[in-house]
Write a protein that binds this ligand. Structure first.
Ligand SMILES: *[C@@H]1O[C@H](CO)[C@@H](O)[C@H](O)[C@H]1NC(C)=O
Length: 173
């Protein structure tokens, strides 16, 4: 369940205030001693959903809200290519990431923001990416280890409505 957008806005305002304080380990916003990959595993999700190169992260155990800071934006290749922004955020619950922001998936030369990711509980070995119009299915085994993520700036992506189009990838006859 996601909070209504007004709540989300309040939450982001709250985040902004707390993150501008020097200490990220403040009372209401915990950084656990585990890695974010362990946090994913503890929620029944494969740790390879996030690439190598995580510089820092925050995870609120009460709300499931997480923020991941990568060294740089980058692309990782699974069956499809995924683009990671420098900041990835979402809300974790068991077997599921909701309100996801900062990851897009390439399909047929188009980039789709991934809005959510879920697995079946108990696991069926399938992982589902919510790209708005459809859930794309992948084998969960593709995501067993964090992939190397190749630096790739967003400037290569032109945003059209909800979709990211890689410029130069669609040639007109
Ligand atoms: C990522 O988050 C940090 C800390 O909240 C912020 O300072 C920075 O501007 C964000 N970067 C981007 C590209 O949004």
């Amino acid at each position: 369940m996601f909070p209504p957008s007004s709540m989300l806005f309040l939450w982001f305002s709250f985040l902004y205030v707390t993150s501008s304080m020097a200490d990220p380990h403040s009372l209401n916003y915990h950084t656990t001693s585990n890695s974010i990959y362990d946090v994913l595993l503890a929620h029944g999700l494969p740790k390879g959903l996030l690439p190598k190169g995580v510089r820092d992260y925050e995870f609120d155990v009460d709300t499931g809200r997480f923020l991941v800071f990568l060294d740089r934006e980058c692309n990782a290749m699974f069956e499809n290519q995924l683009h990671y922004e420098t900041n990835v955020s979402g809300i974790l619950s068991y077997g599921k990431i909701g309100a996801l922001s900062g990851i897009s998936a390439q399909d047929l030369f188009l980039w789709f923001p991934v809005k959510g990711i879920r697995v079946d509980v108990p696991s069926s070995g399938v992982i589902y990416f919510d790209v708005g119009v459809v859930f794309k299915q992948f084998s969960q085994s593709l995501f067993e280890t964090p992939p190397v993520c190749v630096p790739n700036p967003k400037s290569q992506h032109r945003k059209i409505g909800n979709q990211f189009v890689q410029s130069g990838s669609v040639k007109m006859a």
